[in-house]
Design a protein around this ligand. Sequence first.
Ligand SMILES: Cc1cc2nc3c(=O)[nH]c(=O)nc-3n(C[C@H](O)[C@H](O)[C@H](O)COP(=O)(O)O)c2cc1C
Length: 147
Amino acid sequence: MADIKIFVGSVFGNASEVADLVTDALIADGHSAEQYSSPGVAQLQQASAILVITSTTGQGDIPLNLEDFYLQLHRQLPLITNTPFAVIALGDSGYGDTFCGGGRQMQQILLKLQGRETKEMLSIDSCETLEPELEAVPWAQSWAREL
Ligand SMILES: Cc1cc2nc3c(=O)[nH]c(=O)nc-3n(C[C@H](O)[C@H](O)[C@H](O)COP(=O)(O)O)c2cc1C
């Protein structure tokens, strides 16, 4: 069973709610899972498996609660070589090119830090679903099973 650290970025609470349900489901499956909404570099470096669940704000931007973390990762470049990670991005396709930009930025920095993306990013479009957890929970469970 995996030990998963979940990094959550949310403005109005949608991604946080999804993260809560994903955390509960992973724990019910026998994994250990812990959430961070104001994370630091150390938490990323200590992780043996990383799940990012984040919405997008502004124009393709990362939610404020993950902004410092994101900037620290860019400044310090703490390598997480070969650590498995995955990203669940919540967004709204009505925003066009910036759809799920927050998730994509997190994906890019984790790749730059040499993390290993073990499942293709899940992008959830609020234009298409009012219940993002119905996509996110089974997706995260199947990702975790393969760790
Ligand atoms: C001010 C504002 C800006 C947004 N900008 C984007 C964007 O650039 N791209 C995108 O895909 N979604 C964008 N969204 C949509 C949110 O990411 C989406 O509604 C998400 O479900 C919000 O989750 P949260 O409550 O966890 O922040 C924006 C929403 C708001 C209110």
